[in-house]
Design a protein around this ligand. Structure first.
Ligand code: PMP
Length: 398
């Protein structure tokens, strides 16, 4: 039977996003925390979920004040400076947080600006909210030229600028001075205010402040001395700044689906308008609260993941690869003449990594010491040509 569905224009030929889900011994492809929760954490989560289940006949709390307060406490401990819980928002992964941001501020006739190479889901959030997607290139070291960014903002008047820091897939953290410069350029350079909205101060609709999102999904892995953009929120400055975080990475709870955002209360209130009612299940809220109680234990693993990462960068360089400094739990390395062949040869040795980022490069997530040893010996085998394929490293591009 032939079928002709009225697919929305723009979705023709599109396929669902996602890295391959392969059952191999060493999975280093989606930047997860390799350590499963300890028995104590499992016990706390199970108890909390059982308690929440006693009230499952009722809808969950729509605005989850307890969870927002616990997240505010966590951010204060992790980055210094406590924000009022009304300035925190949460959803099913930072994926859903970004969707809320673009549902509230993007839309037809509006633009979202990012700097590539960067996280490959950003164009999908834009597509799904009918927002125009524009990119400008990062510098060769994957930082952002603040002057070039200012020019792009003045030209495009985007509603939203998204900056991942540390960036995926490069691991690059942005200096606060550059973020501050971009926040300055974003002021008064967003789309024209809609009728009835506050404009430029002279009563006429003027230009709004473009929302700047710093996606800090990997922030807990940053090296000592690297600041978080949360610092720019603390004294109530920058009402157009939003910092997004997640429990999927450092926190070791990717399966929980809990992402969150810190911003001005006004910005959070705009997100509350577009969220589905009861978007965060009672079980998610209970499990997240229980997991947050164990943050010290989880942070202990972050320290060892950081040192594995730094050791891996040094090891890759010792093998003649370019490996980029990383403030995240992954490393971008290469270049290879045929990166797909290197990926496939590693997979044949039971190690799954990711083909992503600039041509010739690959990304590997940081696993346990045993997993990293397996990765190193597999890559050694691949580079030495012992095995079915023997791809060569390409000459570094200028
Ligand atoms: N931002 C970045 C930069 C990411 O790499 C990821 C996950 N790959 C996310 C956001 C989404 O994370 P989650 O939805 O699991 O919170």
């Amino acid at each position: 039977m032939s079928i002709s569905l009225p697919l929305r224009p723009g979705l023709e030929g599109e396929t669902p996003y996602g890295a391959p889900e392969l059952d191999v011994p060493v999975r280093l492809n989606v930047n997860e925390n390799p350590y499963p929760p300890s028995p104590a954490v499992i016990e706390s989560i199970a108890t909390a979920v059982a308690q929440a289940a006693t009230g499952l006949n009722r809808y969950p709390e729509r605005d989850f004040p307890d969870l927002r307060a616990a997240l505010a406490d966590y951010l204060a401990a992790e980055s210094g400076g406590r924000l009022d819980p009304t300035r925190i928002w949460a959803a099913n992964g930072s994926n859903e947080i970004m969707l809320h941001v673009l549902q509230a501020f993007g839309g037809p006739g509006r633009t979202c600006l990012t700097f590539t190479p960067t996280y490959s889901m950003y164009p999908e959030y834009a597509r799904d909210t009918l927002t125009e997607y524009a990119t400008r290139p990062r510098r060769a070291d994957f930082t952002i030229d603040a002057e070039g960014a200012a020019a792009a903002i003045e030209e495009l008047h985007p509603a939203v600028v998204v900056l991942a820091s540390p960036n995926n897939p490069t691991g690059t953290a942005l200096p606060l001075a550059d973020i501050q410069a971009i926040l300055g350029s974003a002021r008064g350079n967003g789309p024209i205010a809609t009728v009835g909205a506050r404009g430029g101060g002279d009563g006429r609709p003027g230009r709004t402040d473009c929302v700047v999102v710093i996606d800090e999904a990997y922030a807990e892995f940053r090296r000592p001395g690297v600041p978080s953009a949360l610092e720019l929120l603390v004294d109530g400055a920058n009402p157009h700044l939003a910092v997004t975080r997640t429990m999927s990475k450092a926190f070791g709870a990717a399966g929980l689906r809990l992402g969150y955002l810190a911003a001005s209360r006004e910005l959070v209130d705009a997100l509350r308008v577009v969220r589905l009612p009861y978007h965060l299940s009672a079980l998610t809220q209970a499990a997240a609260l229980a997991a947050l109680d164990h943050r010290e234990e989880l942070m202990g693993q972050v320290a060892s993941l950081r040192s594995e990462r730094d050791a891996l960068v040094a090891w890759l360089r010792g093998r003649g690869c370019t490996a980029h400094e990383s403030d995240a739990n992954f490393v971008l390395f290469g270049p290879f003449e045929d990166r797909d062949a290197v990926f496939a040869a590693l997979l044949e040795r039971g190690v799954l990594i990711r083909v992503v980022g600039p041509e010739g490069y690959l990304r590997v997530s940081i696993g346990t010491p045993d997993e990293m040893e397996a990765f190193r010996s597999a890559l050694d085998g691949v580079l030495a040509g012992t095995g079915p394929r023997a791809p060569r490293a390409a000459a570094e591009r200028p």
